[in-house]
Structure formats: C-alpha cells, structure tokens
Design a protein around this ligand. Sequence first.
Ligand code: ADP
Ligand code: MG
Length: 696
Amino acid sequence: MKNLPSLFASAVFTDKLMREKLPKDVYYRLKKTTERGEPLEINVANAVAIAMKDWAVEKGATHFTHWFQPMTGITAEKHDSFISPSGEGEIIMEFSGKALIKGEPDASSFPSGGLRATFEARGYTAWDPTSPAFIKEGVLCIPTAFCSYSGEVLDKKTPLLRSMEAINAQALRIVRLFGKTEVTSVGTTVGPEQEYFLIDKSVYDKRRDLVLCGRTIIGSKSPKGQELEDHYFGAIKPRVHAFMRELDEELWKLGIMAKTEHNEVAPGQHELAPIFTTTNIACDHNQLTMEMMKKIAAKHGMVCLLHEKPFAGVNGSGKHVNWSMSTNTGINLLEPGKSPKDNAQFLLFLAAVIKAVDEHADMLRVSVASAGNDHRLGANEAPPAIVSIFLGNELTGILDAIESGKPYDVEDTGPIKIGVSVLPDLPKDTTDRNRTSPFAFTGNKFEFRMLGSAASIAGPCIVLNTIVADVLSGFADKLEKANDLNAAVTDLVKNTYAQHKRIIFNGNSYSEEWVKEAQKRGLANMRTAAQALPCFKAEKNVALFSRHKVFTKAEVESRCELMLENYIKVLTIEAQTMINMCRREILPAATSYCAQLTKAALDKAALNADLPARYENDLVMKISKLIECLYNGVSQLDTALLHARDFEHAEECARYFSEAVFENMCLVREAADELEMNVAADYWPYPVYSEILFSV
Ligand code: ADP
Ligand code: MG
C-alpha cells in the first residue's frame, strides 16, 4: 500500500487543496459561506468550479455529478461529462460555477410523500459547501441538497443541516452564559458504528428472498448459530480480511476515517466503526461506507447484507449512533471535565439531553422505525422499542444528590453545589458498559443504539439535534434572565432531573421486568413501525420542527406519509415474495419428494408385501399435512394482501400490515421451515441457514 497519510483523502477536494488552489480572496469568501452561512457569490463559485474541475481531471475524472440523498434512504447521482464543444469538432473540459451550485434533476421519480402532487414536479440540487467534493469511480461527486422547485425539501441532508443550525443557535446561547466568548459555533459530532453480514455470492443468488428483500423470509434455524459465542471478535477469515483491507483503503481515499473492524456476534456478521466527525459529514460518509461495502464485497465474490434482520434466530444488525456536541474551539460539551465551571456546564447539557429524550421519546422511536427494524427492536438482541437513558450509577448518584440536596459522597460534608464541587472521575465504562440500553451515556457522548443497519443516520440525528436545541432554547430563556447564574443552573438541573428522571434506567433493558416497570413509569412501548410512525404528525412534533425551522407542517406530513408508504411497500414485496417462493418452489419440491417417498413405499410392497415401510409412510403423512398447512397459509396470505387494497389511509393500512399480514406471514414461515427440516436436502430448492451463514 502507498504511504497511508498520502493516500488518506487523496480522492477528496479538501480544504487544504482549496486553500492551495484558490486565490486568497476567493478562498476567504468561500470560508465565509461555509463557516458563517453567508450567501455564495457566483464569481466565487466559478473560481471554485474551475479549481475543482482541474483537480478532478488531473485525477482522471471525466464526469461530475450532484450527489444527493433523496428519501429512498440511498444516494442518487446523475452523471454529466465535463466535455464541451470548442468548435472544429474539438472539445474542452468545462465546469462552471452555475453547474457547481445548482442542478436540476427531474424530481418526479423520487419519493416526495405527496409534496409532488401539490407542487411542481421539477426539483433542484444545491451544493453543500460544508461537505467536501470527492472522486468516486472517475466521477467528481458534489454533495448537494435536494429540494422541490418551491423549496420544500425532498432529501435527508437539508433538514439535517437545518437541525445543525438550530442546535448551533441555542447551544451558543448557553455556552456564552458560561463566559466562552471565543466560541463562534457549536456543532454536533457523530461516529456511527456499522454492522453488516457477508455471505458468498453463490448462495445469495439462489435465494429469491435475499435478492428481492435483502433478508431471508423463510429458513429454519441452523444447527449451529451464535450460541458458542465463538464469532464475536474472533480471528478474521482471510477472505473477510482481504475485503476489510480493501474497504479501509477505499474509504481512506475518500477521507473516511475507518478505524475499527471486527467480527460481530452472529456467524458472518461484522462491524466497522469510523472516527467521529461533524454530523453532516458523518452522514455523507456513512452513506458512502454502505455503498463501498456492497461494491467491494462483490469484487470478492461476496454479498454485503445491510438489512436489519437478514436471518431469524441470530442477531440482526444495527447502527450505533454515537452523538455529542462540541464547540468550534474543540470543547466536547458532554465531557464531564475536571474544573467546577465545566461541571456546571456539563450538568446543564446533560440535563438538557435527559429532558429532550423524555419529552420526545416518541420522535426518537419514529426516527428508527422501519419494516426491517421491527424484527430487531425488542428481540433480546437489540434495545427494546422503549426509549430510556442509561447514565450509570455515578452520574445518577450525582443527580440524585443534587435533587435531594444531600451530599453525594459519604465523605462529603455538605450538599452538592453545582459549579463548586468537582465531579468525581467518571468511569469511561468500557469494561462493564450497559449494552442493553437504547440510549447510553458512554463517558463523553451518548450512544443511540436503536437505529437499524440499513438506515441513513440523518433521521435520528435530525431528531436529536432538534429536540436538544428545543430544550436548550428553553434553558437559555430562563438563564439569560437570571441574576445569579450558579443558583439558576442548580435549580434548573435539579428541577429538570426531578421531572424527567423516569426516562433513566440503568438496569437490563432486555428484561421482562423492565417492560412492566416502563409501563408503570408511563413510557411508551411502540413495538412496530406502524404504531410509531403516525406520532411524527402529532401536533407537538409539528410545532417542534416548525419552531426550529427544520420541517414545515407540509414536510412533516409528507415525510410521515412516505415512511408509512414505504413500510407498506416493503411488507407487500416480502409477502409477495413469500407466496411466490412457496407456490413455485417449496410446494412443488415438497410434493415431488412426497411422491418419491410414496413410490418407494409402493416399491417395497411390490417386492414383498410384508416389508415394513414406516419411514416412508410416516414421512409421507407428515409432509402431506405440512403441505396442506402451507397451502392454506399461502392462500390466506394472498387473501390478506387483497384486503389491504381496501384501506384508504396509509396509517390504517400500515397497521393492518403489521398485524394481519405479518401474522399470516409467520404462519406460512412456520410451515415452510418445518418442511425444510423434513424434505430431503436434494429436493430443497434453496441453500439453508447453515450453508448461508457459514458460506464465507
Ligand atoms: P464501542 O465500545 O461502542 O465500540 P468506541 O468507544 O470505540 O465504542 O466508540 C464508538 C464510536 O464513538 C466511534 O465511532 C467513535 O469515534 C465515536 N465517538 C467517540 N467520541 C465521540 C464524540 N465526542 N462524538 C461522537 N462520536 C464519538
Ligand atoms: Mg457501540
């Protein structure tokens, strides 16, 4: 490998490159846009476009694209070459400021959730100068936002940027109160840990469900799964190792700080964690990481499954969103720190997160709701669908002491005074960290663990940023009027904790007791996406997002509609695939095996009427019953799908899918899986779990 530092970000038009290649004044004016949000001047854009193009062409690029993140959850691109006629049949390579800052893809084929009906079909993409351009497979990719012509957002990046502005504005007010006048902006940082499966391409191709749905819809448990716990952090197989090395290298070129790669709990399951960065860039990077994982797996004869639950009976895949806030001067606002002044500030930000999560647990649940994730949440491998916070005993103890006005430590002499007492060294709890909590404080950041592996991190980040901004704005309103800041902060932390401590739970979130306890505490337990998604449109949430200019009412409603529609579509495809597999392959296979057994029994009888044929006869009975059962199940599922057309509203329809359709699918699966265990391997049309999970 080339020298790593020089390889790193070699495919990125970095800030350093811009400083080198742009005239000083142009660079300075560009910075005013990226750092202070000032409007971009066209002559600046022109200069940047030329520098960007020259660099890209030098690197072998021939095309450019506005790279954006529509609401499909994946990224979109439309390639244009740099060529431009220069007379006499010759061409020059050209790229203008106008082409850099604005593109006009046809918006009508991207999901808009109803916005399209009311507004023009055309859309436009606008350069996001805060995220650097990069080269991917000979194409200069320019990160952009995607909007409808009338300005309604049609993507995941715009609201994310808006939410970052919201939290910047509110957090700055607080930081200023603590005398940090040198701070000019506060951003959020994110490090998303990405889980995934790798399987061999040959087994994948034979599974219609994997090809069409990304997960197995039938399949009985492998005799060996993850029970020996021999995969987690185990030695990495050579093929996987080669994949990981190439992935790292490609990601490094793109400036993505891929850091940790290891095996996960389930056979065939792995994880990649990058070093954290600004939320907006972390989001772009995670999208690129997922794309690269798929591409590089293919080069190694494998398929990367990003689905939240590709296999029943072994762990699904999640994406842990590690989140914090930090100032442009490099202070992590969730770092407990050592000095009293920082303690007070820390406790205030901590209280803000606690209040935000308690008040808007519904929105956090919405942000991770999807058909795929329904199989994970609450399945004793991932956090439950109940949102709660793990703080650890130390911090909980401190907050309890503040609330009760009693000393924290037995050796302490007086009650805790915020801003005077120094926090004890908090364990960074790497050893005994609580892995069952959906939202865990892990030393200097929160780790939100409910998101599924396939989703963009934009959703939960938008919600986190906005809900914390909302609480901070309330805090700032109070504190800015206070005469005695210290006393006011103490009061605020104390009262906030008293009002919202029901959201804190340090125990085992996977336990049945917690489900009961949470119910007593009045915490919501929305088990399915169909239950959770409609909360998005609740008046409280529309008000929240409008207040911080993250989503308009129309945008909330369209997004909610879109997520519900997506849920319905996914379940429809899965049900149809299931029917298809059963009718075209599983039932015929089981029937011909049955016929074979019947023939064998008859042959025996012909040979000698006294020869027993118990094996054949018993099995014929058993399989015949299962065939009947599967046949009925499939017919019922078919009917259930037909009924689904009767629903006018997505909300009711989604609910119907989560109940009736899903239940039918479970019945079909049960019969199909039982057949799989009884039909001879030669007859079975698909590779089974043991073959798939251990295929690499
Ligand atoms: P784990 O033990 O859960 O694997 P690590 O401590 O290795 O966790 O960190 C997980 C992720 O958290 C990494 O991506 C890391 O970069 C990220 N992280 C660390 N500090 C911060 C922070 N201040 N803000 C956001 N993410 C962070
Ligand atoms: Mg983690």
